[in-house]
Design a protein around this ligand. Structure first.
Ligand code: HEC
Ligand code: HEC
Ligand code: HEC
Ligand code: HEC
Ligand code: HEC
Length: 185
């Protein structure tokens, strides 16, 4: 059990080979596109969603439209076959997770996914084990931020995090959720 919880065994450092080299650095950091432009259900539903090919072409019918790096994107569109992105983050079927509730209560993407804007290929940024989830559920004040900053990868609290966090707990009506049925339904 101990071994199974080390970062290595949780595949945190192993980049996953994707069908297309999609680089978040060039889309979020350099271009400043908000996460929600592509993961557009993240604040509305349990799943964040991966964008369909059509959305890539909103830009790439103009930008880099001859690049070989984007040939597969064009083919996916022409043949009407979705790109088969490989899954990076996953919790067991027996655990329930919901993006919207976190994002709308001021839990930033970076708290669970790390600095995605600095990853040439997305890796698992945090272990996503039960201990990891519970650590925050017990002490949300250590992690909360204003809801307007959830996709800001570089946000820093103005002052002491726990003080800011305690204020946000009241403002956003945040509860500590530790009962088993919160996540095992
Ligand atoms: C231009 C579109 C686009 C933007 C903007 C974007 N992403 Fe993504 N994201 C993707 C695509 C496409 C994938 C699937 C391919 C991959 O994993 O690299 C993905 C994958 C991911 C994954 C891994 C999904 C899994 O399988 O577990 C995470 C986490 C993620 N994005 C977070 C973010 C965050 C955080 C931001 C904002 C800082 C962001 N993304 C901005 C397109 C985008
Ligand atoms: C809002 C506009 C926009 C959207 C939407 C967008 N891209 Fe891009 N993409 C860019 C820009 C701008 C560049 C050039 C970045 C540079 O030169 O640094 C780029 C570059 C790329 C490259 C070239 C290699 C690299 O990373 O620099 C690939 C591959 C790519 N995008 C794939 C995708 C895929 C796949 C999607 C859909 C999931 C997508 N893009 C959606 C704007 C966009
Ligand atoms: C509280 C932790 C947490 C936060 C905050 C969070 N995620 Fe996730 N994310 C997860 C977990 C856990 C999974 C795996 C979900 C599963 O297995 O069903 C995941 C999966 C994903 C995926 C893969 C597709 C999916 O929905 O399963 C994307 C993309 C993603 N997250 C993007 C984001 C973005 C963008 C943000 C911020 C706006 C964000 N996440 C905030 C924990 C989080
Ligand atoms: C960085 C902080 C943080 C992390 C990490 C985190 N959560 Fe949460 N979670 C919260 C907050 C804050 C809420 C909102 C609590 C409230 O006010 O109801 C929440 C709510 C939830 C809820 C909804 C509770 C309900 O009854 O409506 C579920 C389910 C949940 N989290 C599952 C998870 C799982 C599974 C993980 C680990 C993969 C996780 N969370 C990781 C902060 C976190
Ligand atoms: C905040 C969410 C959350 C709460 C609350 C929670 N769990 Fe979990 N639990 C998880 C996640 C996430 C996993 C691991 C899923 C994975 O490894 O993919 C997990 C895994 C487990 C496992 C599988 C063995 C293991 O350790 O990996 C058991 C058994 C379990 N939980 C029991 C409980 C019991 C009993 C409680 C109440 C005392 C509880 N859980 C409360 C999220 C939660």
């Amino acid at each position: 059990m101990l071994y199974a919880r080390t970062p290595y065994a949780r595949q945190m450092q192993e980049p996953i080979e994707q069908p297309i080299q999609f680089d978040h650095r060039h889309h979020t950091r350099d271009e400043g596109i908000d996460c929600r432009y592509c993961h557009n259900t993240v604040d509305k539903s349990p799943s964040a969603s991966i964008p369909p090919t059509q959305l890539c072409l909103n830009c790439h019918s103009q930008i880099w439209n001859k690049s070989p790096l984007l040939e597969q994107v064009r083919q996916s569109f022409i043949q009407n076959k979705p790109i088969e992105w490989r899954r990076v983050n996953k919790v067991g079927e027996f655990a329930y997770f919901n993006h919207a509730i976190h994002v709308n209560k001021g839990v930033g993407c970076v708290s669970c996914h790390g600095r995605v804007d600095e990853m040439p290929a997305v890796e698992k940024g945090e272990p996503l084990t039960m201990g990891f989830c519970l650590n925050c559920h017990r002490h949300p004040e250590r992690y909360l931020r204003p809801v307007s900053e959830v996709t800001n990868m570089a946000w820093k609290p103005d002052g002491d995090q726990e003080e800011v966090g305690r204020r946000l707990i009241v403002e956003n009506n945040v509860h500590t959720r530790q009962s088993c049925t919160t996540c095992h339904r």
